[in-house]
Design a protein around this ligand. Structure first.
Ligand code: 13P
Length: 245
């Protein structure tokens, strides 16, 4: 599977800063690159380096209508998004999104021909309580329940341990290997073959640890926060993904 590296800019950027950042990005062969920008900048990103795909960071579960402040999947598709992050831990923790809502958002994304990037991952307390896979199984299960097997094959899964996000402290190679192996086993147990769904790792992924993390079995790419705002760092991560065997 071609690895996928997605930059999640989160709520960062400005017209000027984005212009500068885009200048330092270019396609790397052998890896799929995606920029997940804040909604207002999707228009600006209509013009972007060739070979870079566009994504959004969230979407409404609703089709259209009286939902003030929401952005529909149809709108994202119209602006050329091909990926949409759903269920990022920041949305779950700060905006009260639950498993069922994340599932409905994934449905909306697929209905408009885009790929949901379904984020899963445990908090530190859940890890210390030995609940890593029960949490992730619940999060994945909620999406599987509404999508069914055929549509579940079209998603990308992103494992983002909450304690590793924005902390500078990524999960270790051993921890990532264990969880990605467990997620793969979960997918296979639900009838989804190993080469059908990509599993990304996210959480303090940076140039210094990218090669080691991409070399881990079942790590099919990365979801990059902070380092995706620094052009040369994002490029170095993409090159590491392309070079990993
Ligand atoms: P950081 O790379 O800043 O830790 O963020 C990861 C993330 O949340 C990507 O979605």
């Amino acid at each position: 599977m071609t690895r996928l590296v997605a930059g999640n800019w989160k709520m960062n950027g400005s017209l000027a800063a984005n212009r500068e950042l885009l200048r330092s990005l270019s396609a790397v062969s052998g890896v799929e690159m995606v920029i997940c920008a804040p909604f207002p900048y999707l228009a600006q990103l209509q013009k972007r380096p060739e070979g870079l795909a566009l994504g959004a960071q969230d979407v409404s579960e609703f089709e259209e209508g009286a939902y003030t402040g929401e952005v529909s999947a149809a709108m994202l598709a119209e602006f050329g998004c091909s990926y949409v992050i759903v269920g990022h831990s920041e949305r779950r923790a700060l905006f009260g999104e639950g498993d069922a809502l994340v599932g409905r958002k994934a449905v909306a994304v697929l209905a408009h021909g885009m790929v949901p990037v379904v984020c899963v991952g445990e908090t530190l307390a859940e890890r210390e309580a030995g609940e890593v896979m029960s949490v992730i199984g619940r999060q994945l299960g909620a999406v599987f329940d509404v999508l069914g097997r055929a549509s579940m094959r079209k998603v990308v899964v992103a494992y983002e341990p909450v304690w590793a996000i924005g902390t500078g402290r990524s999960a270790s190679v051993e921890q990532v290997a264990a969880v990605h192996g467990d997620i793969r086993a979960w997918l296979e147990a639900n009838g989804i073959a190993g080469d059908e769904v990509r599993i990304l790792y996210g959480g303090s992924l940076k140039p210094e640890n990218a090669a080691a993390l991409f070399a881990v079995p079942n790590v099919d790419g990365g979801l990059i926060g902070g380092a995706s705002l620094i052009g040369e760092d994002f490029m170095a991560i993409c090159r590491a993904a392309a070079d990993a065997v």
